[in-house]
Ligand binder design. Structure first.
Ligand code: SIN
Ligand code: FE
Length: 292
């Protein structure tokens, strides 16, 4: 399972002299790209933000939406919030810089989504099994159908006490799909239109989204899968960055505190190897198209 993690010696968010084709092939195959020396620099003054007290207590993460230039889920006075927002925006810029310099081919296809700062501790979070991210899962969100569009995430651990972000990384997507696809039925006729009309979903849920949600749920609800499927436990140390397609790579967060995460979306036709994407894998297995 060690091969699920590809270590890259890079210490600058502006990538230079890397084998872009090889890294893209690994990433699109569902591997985690791990940059042990790629730290996110925080100033002396910004160290004060390493506390869960900046969360407003409602959301577990502090989020930044670039489309409206707004920070959500944070509390503090105006000056503090402005400084916090500037820090999160800097992480966003760094992540975009990393991905576009590593993979110039992605640039024209990327749709930049949320940035999040996660000051809460992973351990001891109580939640339902479905929301429990300490269970191996692929990312799929009930209200946000993506019709096959990819979820690319850039993570960075900024823990000041030397605590790693403890993860488990699971087996290949093909193997996950092979395990569960036979148990997953087709969506109920009319259900996608109804959920859309009721605003349960932000757009119409495709059959692809239906299957991805089912995979997410079935993995999390399966104790045998959680305990016995091939997996790699790994602690990402502070000062390191890691990148994966979280809709493809099974992952679980087991421990740690203080992390940044940037989400970027990419259409299947923006990939170097579209045939490796969850959409194409599932379509090959089903034998028909899963998005209209
Ligand atoms: C997740 O993406 O499921 C959780 C990642 C983390 O909090 O480390
Ligand atoms: Fe996740």
């Amino acid at each position: 399972m060690q091969e699920r993690l590809i270590s890259v010696e890079l210490d600058d968010w502006q990538a230079n002299g890397v084998d872009s084709a090889a890294l893209a092939a690994a990433l699109e195959d569902g591997k985690v790209l791990y940059f042990p020396k790629l730290a996110f620099a925080m100033s002396e003054a910004e160290q004060r933000f390493l506390s869960p007290a900046w969360s407003d207590g409602k959301a577990k993460n502090i989020g930044y939406d670039g489309a409206i230039d707004k920070l959500k889920g944070a509390q503090g006075d105006a000056a503090d919030l402005a400084a916090l927002k500037a820090m999160v925006k800097r992480y966003r810029e760094s992540s975009i810089n990393l991905i576009t310099s590593l993979f110039p081919h992605y640039r024209q296809h990327l749709r930049i989504a949320q940035t999040s700062f996660r000051p809460s501790r992973v351990e001891g979070r109580v939640s339902s099994w479905r929301k429990d991210d300490s269970r191996l899962h692929v990312d799929a969100f009930p209200s946000r159908p993506n019709h096959g569009e990819r979820i690319l995430r850039v993570f960075n651990n900024v823990n000041p006490q030397g605590e790693p972000r403890q993860w488990r990384v699971g087996q290949r997507f093909d193997d996950v799909a092979a395990r569960y696809l036979g148990q997953i039925g087709r969506p109920l006729p009319g259900s996608a239109a109804l959920m859309n009309a009721l605003h349960i979903t932000k757009s119409r849920r495709s059959e692809y989204d239906h299957i991805m949600l089912q995979l997410h749920d079935r993995m999390k609800a399966d104790p045998d899968y959680q305990a016995n499927s091939p997996q790699l436990a790994f602690g990402f140390p502070p000062g390191s960055t890691w990148v994966c397609f979280s809709d493809q790579t099974p992952h679980a967060a087991m421990g740690g505190q203080f992390m940044f995460e940037q989400t970027l979306h990419l259409p299947v036709n923006g990939l170097h190897h579209p045939e490796c994407s969850p959409l194409r894998v599932l379509e090959r297995m089903r034998g028909y198209r899963l998005v209209a």
